[in-house]
Design a protein. Structure first.
Lengths: 286, 306
């Protein structure tokens, strides 16, 4: 099968791959993703296998990132942690993206009373401090990963909706939208063909900010002890354990910390490069 | 303006009510209670406690009672903090959290705006690349990684500041940086993006053409619309600072609202959790209103319709 890209998409791809940082970031991201997926093949250890006789050891043969205080192989735990963190990031962002763009476009485009009502609902949800609900949700339904997806996705769409609405508000008074309206195009067509494509830039930029944000949130929750539970692993959980033991065993903190930062960095770079590739004006200026 | 504020207040009431109601339902769905300790109370004592705090009544009755108290400005007694009232706890802890938030925001703005401006003025320059790379690094290092690393370096290794606590002025430094640096990075990016939208516009060229000083063009003509994205970001940023305070206050053992909230939720201190939900909700609503007013002041094309 041959994938056929439209001419603008080809241009975007070409401009994207011309960017050296983008290529590096994409490579880091691919390595992280592949190693997370292939974790059972890459590591001879089990993520929850304890070796109390060994205890915490620094990087060495057989455990080339060292082990934690229960003698669990840190490399294995980072790989498995990546599985959880990346999966949460991807799934929850898609949830947030879908809800946010639909909601924000409708709200901004329809305007008036509907817009007011819809934004009040967003405000109301904003006003519910998210962590409260996650804490309570985790307590009520037990701390499971599926719930984590839903809780994070349900929170992150709010900002997306606001940004999209703001964009629509500023776009809809522009002359070409007025022209489209005066030509008698249907609202659906104006929204789908004229408004959404023109705010794709900000939406993509914000999506790239959302994936790392979601990964951050998961880590934040795990760090507070509310997300992924041991003996399962996640980057946030490893950092939590690492911060507790950093005085004696700094590599506990540094290894998962660096991995998390690297992942966030790669995601952000890919997003930025994508933005530059999509908006040639940026490139010309840059 | 006054009409706008009054309308906002009117809208805030159902929002607050909804927030409290949802929180009430969720808190009460949670298994266990404030008195399920490692050591179980004797049944008689437990009964007395329940009765004392009115927890023996049916849930709807408790709900109505709680709302009634709230209307009179009474948040009730905390269930786990030795009989202190929720108001008392908030009054003591709030200034600490506000101070932390203010310092963090200051760090964010003082670093973020000039960085974004410098970057946008010479897009593509070495300075731009350096600034945006730093911003990227800032966004990529979360507080719970940065905090322990800063402690490791500046207090455990160098011994310049305390690892935790909130007593001397120097105790403010690490927590504020830990909490604020992410927002500095976001603000720098948003300010740069906003300014890059504005700078190529015709009226900026006009301003330059009529011979205004370049500094004046930037400070007066470009900055105002250019920082609109930053101002809109302030709403979510305040909410983010609140959840950030959960981590930072726990990490640095700061006796602020964030730490109290986390422990209250873990301990099922119903009244304290609900009181704090109500408080945080009111705070976020107030901040969003201020942001909207600011946006309208900065951009006359935006009308204040609540």
């Amino acid at each position: 099968m041959k994938i056929r890209l439209s001419e603008p998409a080809k241009n975007v791809a070409r401009r994207f791959f011309r960017n050296r940082i983008a290529r590096v970031a994409l490579a880091i991201l691919l390595i992280l993703c592949i190693s997370a997926i292939a974790a059972p093949i890459l590591s001879p250890h089990a993520y929850d296998h304890q070796n109390l006789d060994l205890g915490p050891v620094p990087p060495q043969r057989g455990h080339w990132l060292g082990t934690d205080d229960l003698g669990r192989d840190l490399f294995t735990r980072v790989l498995y942690g990546g599985r959880v963190s990346l999966a949460v990031g991807l799934a929850a962002t898609m949830v947030a993206l879908g809800i946010g763009v639909t909601y924000g476009t409708i709200s901004g485009y329809v305007g008036g009373r509907t817009d007011q009502m819809m934004m009040r609902i967003v405000d109301a949800l904003y006003a519910l401090p998210f962590t409260v609900f996650v804490i309570i949700l985790m307590v009520v339904f037990g701390r499971n990963i599926l719930l984590l997806f839903v809780a994070i996705g349900a929170v992150e769409w709010l900002t997306m909706a606001r940004i999209v609405r703001g964009q629509v508000l500023s776009l809809k008074d522009q002359t070409y939208i007025r022209a489209a309206r005066s030509l008698g195009f249907s609202h659906m067509r104006i929204m789908l063909r004229h408004i959404i494509p023109n705010m794709l830039g900000p939406v993509i930029v914000y999506t790239t900010l959302t994936i790392p944000r979601v990964i951050l949130l998961e880590s934040f929750l795990s760090f507070l002890g509310l997300g992924v539970q041991p003996p399962m692993s996640s980057w946030g959980l490893l950092i939590r354990d690492g911060a507790r033991a950093m005085e004696s065993y700094p590599w506990f903190l540094i290894v998962p910390g660096v991995t998390l930062c690297l992942a966030l960095f790669a995601l952000n770079c890919v997003g930025d490069a994508l933005r530059d590739a999509m908006d040639p004006r940026h490139q010309l200026k840059a | 303006m006054i009409r706008f504020l009054l309308k906002r207040l009117l809208i805030a009431i159902p929002v607050l009510w909804a927030a409290i109601t949802v929180a009430f339902i969720l808190v009460r769905l949670a298994p266990g209670g404030p008195f399920t300790d490692e050591r179980a109370y004797p049944p008689h004592t437990l009964e007395q406690l329940q009765k004392h705090y009115g927890l023996d009544a049916s849930l709807p009755v408790q709900y109505v009672r709680y709302l009634g108290g709230l209307l009179r400005g009474d948040l009730g007694p905390s269930l786990t903090q030795g009989g202190r009232s929720v108001q008392e706890i908030i009054t003591i802890a709030l200034p600490i959290s506000l101070e932390l938030g203010a310092w963090s925001l200051l760090v964010a703005i003082i670093i973020g705006i000039p960085a974004g401006l410098a970057s946008a003025l010479k897009p593509g320059s070495a300075l731009d690349h350096a600034t945006m790379a730093s911003a990227l690094v800032g966004i990529c290092i979360p507080p719970f990684v940065l905090g322990p690393l800063l402690v490791l370096l500046f207090s455990l290794q160098l011994g310049w500041v305390h690892a935790a606590g909130w007593n001397t002025m120097s105790d403010r430094i690490l927590p504020s940086i830990t909490l604020g640096i992410v927002y500095a990075a976001y603000i720098a990016r948003l300010a740069r993006a906003g300014l890059l939208e504005v700078l190529p516009q015709d009226y900026i060229r006009t301003a330059h053409a009529k011979g205004l000083h370049p500094m004046r063009v930037i400070a007066i003509h470009a900055l105002k619309p250019g920082i609109l994205p930053v101002v809109s970001f302030m709403g979510p940023a305040i909410a983010g600072l609140i959840s950030g305070s959960f981590v930072v206050e726990t990490l640095f053992h700061i006796p602020g609202l964030g730490r109290i909230f986390v422990s209250a939720a873990f301990n099922r201190d119903y009244t304290l959790v609900l009181g704090l939900v109500a408080f945080y909700a009111a705070l976020v609503i107030a901040c969003n209103t201020i942001v909207d007013v600011l946006l309208a002041i900065l951009n006359p094309r935006i009308k204040l319709n609540p």
